[in-house]
Each structure stands twice: as structure tokens, then as C-alpha cells.
Write a protein that binds this ligand. Structure first.
Ligand code: APR
Ligand code: PHB
Length: 392
């Protein structure tokens, strides 16, 4: 088998890249370890920057996100018992975000891929990458008890943090940076109307809480928890009680509860691997970097990597120019590190850390008070939240 670009991983990065390359007339095959249903079962964040929406449109898959996604012009910060609105739209020169679940983005991409008749190999076991330091890379995998080899011009490693692509690079060629936070997020998805029409990020003495949503009738809520906790020990009732205790009185009263559709604990981590290119292998999305979810930058960063890679590869095949792919790693990393900084800062500001103590809590509240009262500080939050510019 032969293709132009072999894409490892059918998460949002791999599927978006596949769709964009297809539109540019570049053949690609996606190789995924899991089944399609398994991939769709993962619940992730749901805030899309305009850059991400534009890429979905260029890939021809923005229709449902535009029709069903909720445009948001602001967020609320809750601290010292009071909510304060940040006017994202007014402070960012007219930008906004779209609330639309990553699961739905993935579903739209899968459907578009199937409709275009493009090949996705699901349940591919023991995927291996070969010869990407030369000019004839190959990807091998086992499916249905048989070993297959896929020859290609380039490999796109879109296989997430635990994927094989980054692990295939010699350790000496890679520099990694990591920070693990001493807590997790306990998340619940439920078919109840959201407590507020905008997202609420809460800093409380009991820990962080986030009120988010998927639609007018489906809510996504999180509370900061210890990483030692077991999700089985959290009944729905215990979750709702803890969330309510972290809200201001008005929101606590408005909170509508119901049975959870999904409940899970996610760890929080910052991670970057440099560079993002090795010969004919490119890393994109979670394969190259992880951000903690505060600020919802994970999917948006994955999308901007893919945007750069798609443009670089289109230039390579269309204009026989390597300029875009040669710049890929440096260009991506400039935006990656800024999103890493923002996610780390927002996480540090909003969570209770074991060694914070009452002094740390007061310092956080002072910074939050400054943030909502200073136009300069609010503007900085807004421009990062709606998404920093891309260089294309
Ligand atoms: N071979 C093939 N596929 C693999 C392998 C492997 N060895 N290892 C992992 N995969 C697949 C996973 O099963 C998954 O479907 O790669 C895909 C990677 O998808 P994601 O983890 O969703 O990563 P990405 O597409 O970069 O999406 C980034 O998703 O993880 C969130 O917060 C993150 O929102 C961000 C976005
Ligand atoms: C979510 O809706 O799951 C979500 C929203 C915003 C975040 C993180 C997660 O910052």
C-alpha cells in the first residue's frame, strides 16, 4: 500500500489534517489503534477559537458547529463569593468563542471522511514507524491477524500523548518539558440546563470549579479533586453537593441537578516535546504537547498545528517548496509555548495548591480582583482566551 501522507491517530488532529489534505488533493490514510466508537466515547473540552472554526470550515465540516454551537462573548470569574464578567468580545476587538463539544467535532470529521470515501484503518495493533529519517518512510501495523506495510512520503504523528510517534524518535533528538499538577478534575456530564448562559470559572477555598455546557440542555461541570480519589466513591449527589458548595448563592440556588451521563477524573499536566519534526515525521496536537484544561486550549492548539502542517504540505506538493514544512516546528512552538503559559497561569490562579495556605489564597484573590478591575489585565486574559493570532 502507498499514500502521500500516513496519519497516525484518528483523534481531532489526525481527522482534521486528513480532511484538509484531501481538500488540497493530497492522498492520506489514517491509522488508528482503537475503534471509531471508542474514539467517540472520550469526553473532552468544548470551547473552539475562531481559528479552529475557520479550519473546520476550510475542511468542509463546520456546518453543524455553526448551526448548533453556542457563540460566547464572555466568561465569568467567581472568587471571594462574587461573580465578575470578562467581556471577551469587547476586550478582544470583536472576537468570540464557540461552545461545541470535541466529541461532536470528531463525529463531524469522521462522517465527512466516510462520505469522501477516504481510508481509515481502525483497530490497528502494534503500529510502528520506520525510516522517517530517510526519504521513504513506512508505517507497519497488524490488522485481522495480518501485518501490513504502508509506504508514504510523510508521516503525521497525531496519536496523542500516549502514542507511538513521539516514542519512535531517538531520545537524544528530543527535549521534553513537563509539569504535573497535584490535583485532578472530577467532571460530570448531565442532561440539565446550564446554571448560567456563560462559563463560570470559580476560585474557592474548597478548590476550583467550572460550570460549562454542551448545549442549552446539556451541562458539563467540574470540581478540583485530589488525585488519590476514586471516581466510584463520588455519587452523583456528592458531586452536586460539592459543586453547589463552590458556587455563589445565586448560582447555587439556580443549579439544576440530574443523573450523570458520564463521570470521570482527569489529571492535569503541562508537557512540551521539542522539536515537532524529525526528518519526514511531524508531530501534531497532544502527541507533541499537553496543556491543563483550564482555558480549553488543547483542541485549539492541535488545530493550529494541523493548520500549519496542512499549509506546509500543500506548499510542498503544489509549489515544490519546503519552506512551510521546514518552518513547521519553530512556528508551531511559538504558539504552543504561549498557550502553555496561559494554561499554566490560569490553572495556577484558579486552583487550591497543597502549599498555598491562607496567604496563597489571599494572593490569588488579589490577582483576580486586579484582573477584573484593570482593563489591561482583563484584555490580556480576553486575547489569550479567544486565541492568539496564527502566523498564516
Ligand atoms: N497507533 C495508532 N493510533 C494511536 C496510537 C498508536 N500507537 N496511540 C494512540 N493512538 C490514537 C488514540 O487512540 C487517539 O484516537 O491517536 C488518537 C489521538 O487522539 P487525541 O488523544 O484526541 O489527540 P489529538 O487528536 O491530538 O487531539 C488533541 O484532544 O486529547 C485532547 O485535550 C486534547 O483537546 C485536545 C485534543
Ligand atoms: C468543557 O466544557 O469541558 C470545558 C470548558 C472550558 C474549559 C475546560 C473544559 O476551560
Amino acid at each position: 500500500m502507498r499514500t502521500q501522507v500516513a496519519i497516525i491517530g484518528a483523534g481531532p488532529s489526525g481527522l482534521l489534517l486528513g480532511q484538509l489534505l484531501h481538500k488540497a488533493g493530497i492522498a492520506n490514510i489514517v491509522i488508528e489503534r482503537q475503534s471509531g466508537d471508542y474514539v467517540l466515547g472520550r469526553i473532552r473540552a468544548g470551547v473552539l477559537e475562531q481559528v479552529t472554526m475557520d479550519l473546520l470550515a476550510q475542511a468542509g465540516v463546520a456546518e453543524r458547529a455553526l448551526a448548533e454551537g453556542l457563540p460566547h462573548d464572555g466568561i465569568e470569574l467567581l472568587f471571594a463569593g462574587q461573580r465578575h464578567r470578562i467581556d471577551l468580545h469587547g476586550l478582544s476587538g470583536g472576537k468570540r468563542v464557540t461552545v461545541y463539544g470535541q466529541t461532536e467535532v470528531t463525529r463531524d470529521l469522521m462522517e465527512a471522511r466516510a462520505a469522501a470515501g477516504l481510508t481509515t484503518v481502525y483497530q490497528a495493533a502494534d503500529v510502528q514507524l520506520h525510516d522517517f529519517d530517510g526519504s521513504n518512510p513506512t508505517v507497519s501495523y497488524t490488522q485481522g491477524g495480518q501485518r501490513h506495510a504502508l509506504q508514504c512520503d510523510f508521516i503525521a504523528g497525531c496519536d496523542g500523548y500516549h502514542g507511538i510517534s513521539r516514542q519512535s524518535v531517538p531520545a537524544a533528538a528530543l527535549r521534553t518539558y513537563e509539569k504535573v499538577y497535584p490535583f485532578g478534575w472530577l467532571g460530570v456530564l448531565a442532561d440539565v440546563p446550564p446554571v448560567s448562559h456563560e462559563l463560570i470559572y470559580a476560585n474557592t477555598e474548597r478548590g476550583f470549579a467550572l460550570c460549562s455546557m454542551r448545549s442549552e440542555s446539556r451541562s458539563r461541570y467540574y470540581v478540583q479533586c485530589s488525585m488519590d480519589e476514586q471516581v466510584e466513591n463520588w455519587s452523583d449527589e456528592a458531586f452536586w453537593n460539592e459543586l453547589r458548595a463552590r458556587l455563589d448563592p445565586q448560582a447555587a440556588e439556580r443549579l439544576i441537578t440530574g443523573p450523570s451521563l458520564e463521570k470521570s477524573i482527569a489529571p492535569l499536566r503541562s508537557f512540551v516535546a521539542e522539536p515537532m519534526r524529525f526528518g519526514r515525521l511531524f508531530l501534531a496536537g497532544d502527541a507533541a504537547h499537553i496543556v491543563p484544561p483550564t482555558g480549553a486550549k488543547g483542541l485549539n492548539l492541535a488545530a493550529s498545528d494541523v493548520g500549519y502542517l496542512w499549509r506546509g504540505l500543500a506548499e510542498y506538493y503544489g509549489e515544490k517548496s519546503s519552506v512551510g514544512i521546514d518552518r513547521y516546528s519553530d512556528t508551531c512552538l511559538r504558539r504552543v509555548w504561549k498557550a502553555e503559559r496561559f494554561s499554566w497561569w490560569f490553572t495556577s490562579l484558579m486552583h487550591r495548591f497543597p502549599d498555598n495556605g491562607p496567604f496563597g489564597q489571599k494572593i490569588q484573590e488579589a490577582e483576580l480582583d486586579y484582573l477584573v478591575r484593570s482593563q489591561a489585565a482583563s484584555t490580556s486574559l480576553a486575547e489569550n482566551y479567544v486565541g492568539l493570532p496564527v502566523e498564516w
